[in-house]
Design a protein around this ligand. Structure first.
Ligand code: DGT
Ligand code: CA
Ligand code: CA
Ligand code: ZN
Length: 575
């Protein structure tokens, strides 16, 4: 149902008109339209189709036209017109509890405040007080409103959301009334952060299904519980939406609720040109439904290959699907080992034996032990002689395994002058060398790029770990020139890492795709310090798929021999 979507648009139009100081009669009529549509029990699309919009009290001819335009095209020209000259940032200010259009207009006129950071500065500088009836109480409310607004805007890492969804789906699967169940939204697309979690189920008894959903464990607040939709907040602080659809509409709904919005808008455009219509209920030619039970039917009817959810960002995937040129994306089952892990020899928890045992259980053929180097005191980095001992210990242990190998490695620190923390003759004794930056983050672009490229040019270095150093929602990456880094990796046969640790996911999807296009190989590895972190390989595979990577672009899909050849080749003098 598009009821809430349309109501929100009218509300926004009313607010922006008010902000602009337009006449009250029209503003009130938009507020009213927003309210009645928001409260409507019936589906507004169905009413529109039946020509019954003007039967709704508060909806006149003009409003009805706008609704029909939006339903047909996904656009409302009145909205676009009203938004002229107003930034989204200013409109967002009006969503802060306690801040209506009148106050925002006042703040704008008197203090030039157009966005949240302006407002926070003004609050800090105490310039608000005394401004036309803004007293202590009002200021207190605004401060509270900002806190609330920020919490509601918070996105959580996929690393938190992903296991939560697995748990919820496992629990709901036991309900015999549920036929199909699938995660949708940004989580299914494996975006690095998600705003809320969307779950889609099919089944005939919506009310019962929603009831079991809102009563599951971990729910802290029930936001909505109807016969087709339930919405809750859970312990992890995130909102989870459940939608119940009919079995024969499951594919269409899954397609719609997986998004992204941009992908869906583009698909609908293509549909329109072909005389088709795509909605969450199915794909239609005129009034005739021509598909909708399976997601594949939607794409096939539109004349294209089925598109993996991770690609659905409207970044060229639709054109590729039309031409039959989608990449054959790397899969979790392609991964033969993890190339970045820490043992209890540095700052990890597990022993080699425990790491190997866990890796074998995961179906891996090899696992890299890459403990830190000596400069990293806080991480208990290894001295040269300790690394030699570690090599010996791993060699000895490897004799016990059949069809599995622990690889001797290090995560060697790239020092602030670009030199490495271990001498080359020591690095030569290893199977793989992972190098990374852990200090001097504030060096300017030129310096830090040169520093990394110096490491890339070292013939012993095989992989650059967490190449930008960013921590999601905590720290921007260093200001590195990724294009130059990618170029140097391509020239030298050095791989870049997708660090799968949930707060890193570094490289990100965009840089992955750039690297692939430049012919740079990628390592998808967890940086696990604990056995319970090795599952995060799944997150990295998600990012790789979002970056259009195929198995052949990823070095840890290689057999052990091929991987060793890849590493050895770099160290060889060029002919
Ligand atoms: P999120 O939750 O912010 O990480 O991102 P999504 O993509 O999960 O977005 P969400 O939860 O608002 O909606 C789930 C999907 O439903 C979205 O990816 C596409 C579809 N959808 C939601 N609202 C709209 C809309 O206004 N227009 C269109 N075309 N699709 C929408
Ligand atoms: Ca979502
Ligand atoms: Ca949602
Ligand atoms: Zn590490």
């Amino acid at each position: 149902m598009k009821n809430q979507e349309i109501a929100a648009l009218f509300e926004k139009i009313a607010n922006v008109l008010e902000l602009k100081g337009e006449n009250t009669f029209r503003i009130n009529s938009y507020h009213k339209a927003a309210r009645v549509i928001g409260d409507l029990a019936e589906d507004i699309e169905i009413l529109a189709k039946a020509g019954k919009l003007t039967d709704i009290p508060g909806i006149g001819e003009g409003t009805a036209e706008k609704i029909i335009e939006y339903i047909n095209s996904g656009k409302m020209s009145k909205y676009d017109e009203v938004m002229q000259g107003v930034s989204e940032e200013t409109v967002a200010l009006m969503q802060i509890p306690g801040l209506g259009p009148k106050t925002v207009a006042l703040l704008n006129k008197e203090l030039g405040i157009v966005n949240l950071s302006d407002l926070e500065k003004a609050l800090h500088g105490d310039t608000l007080k005394g401004l036309f009836g803004i007293g202590d109480k009002k200021i207190e409310n605004i401060v509270k409103g900002i806190t609330l607004f920020k919490t509601s805007q918070q996105r959580i890492s996929i690393g938190m959301a992903y296991p939560v969804v697995k748990r919820i789906i496992e629990e709901l699967k036991h309900n015999p009334k549920i036929e199909d169940i699938q995660a949708a939204g940004s989580l299914r697309r494996m975006k690095e952060t998600v705003g809320d979690i969307d779950i889609l189920v099919s089944g005939a008894e919506g009310t019962e299904i929603v009831k079991s959903f809102v009563n599951m464990r971990g729910v802290t607040q029930i936001l909505a519980a109807g016969d087709t939709k339930g919405s809750v907040r859970i312990e992890e602080g995130v909102q989870v939406d459940l939608r119940v659809v009919r079995e024969d509409e499951f594919g269409a709904a899954l397609q719609y609720f997986t998004g992204s919005k941009e992908h869906n808008v583009h698909l609908r455009e293509i549909a329109r040109k072909k005389g088709l219509k795509v909605s969450e209920y199915g794909i239609f030619r005129g009034d005739k439904k021509v598909g909708g039970r399976l997601e594949e039917e939607i794409y096939a009817t539109l004349g294209m290959d089925w598109i993996s959810p991770e690609l659905r960002e409207n970044r060229g995937e639709i054109e590729a699907a039309q031409e039959g040129k989608l990449p054959k994306l790397v899969e979790l089952s392609d991964i033969k080992g993890d190339l970045h892990n820490h043992s209890n020899w540095s700052d990890g928890i597990p022993t080699f034996e425990e790491m190997a045992e866990h890796a074998i259980k995961m179906g891996y053929k090899y696992l890299v032990v890459s403990d830190h180097s000596k400069s990293l005191h806080i991480a208990n980095g290894l001295e040269d002689d300790e690394l030699l001992e570690e090599i010996e210990a791993i060699d000895k242990l490897n004799k016990k395994f059949k069809g599995f190998t622990l690889l001797k490695a290090t995560e060697v620190d790239i020092k602030s002058d670009g030199s490495l923390d271990f001498p080359d003759k020591l690095l030569k004794k290893l199977d793989i060398v992972v190098a990374s930056i852990h200090s001097g983050f504030k060096q300017g672009t030129e310096k830090i790029t040169e520093r990394m490229i110096a490491a890339i040019r070292n013939p012993q270095v095989n992989i650059i770990a967490h190449p930008t150093g960013r921590l999601i929602s905590k720290r921007e990456g260093y200001e590195i020139d990724m294009d130059k880094v990618i170029e140097a990796c391509a020239e030298t046969g050095t791989a870049l890492e997708i660090n799968c640790f949930y707060d890193r996911l570094d490289l990100n999807d965009i840089n992955c795709r750039k690297a692939k296009e430049a012919g740079v190989m990628i390592s998808i590895s967890t940086d696990a310090h604990h056995l319970d972190q090795m599952w995060m390989i799944e997150l990295g595979v998600g990012i790789a798929r979002r970056g259009w990577l195929e198995a052949k672009n990823v070095i840890n899909t290689f057999s052990l021999d091929k991987l060793k050849t890849f590493c050895r080749k770099k160290g060889m003098p060029s002919p």
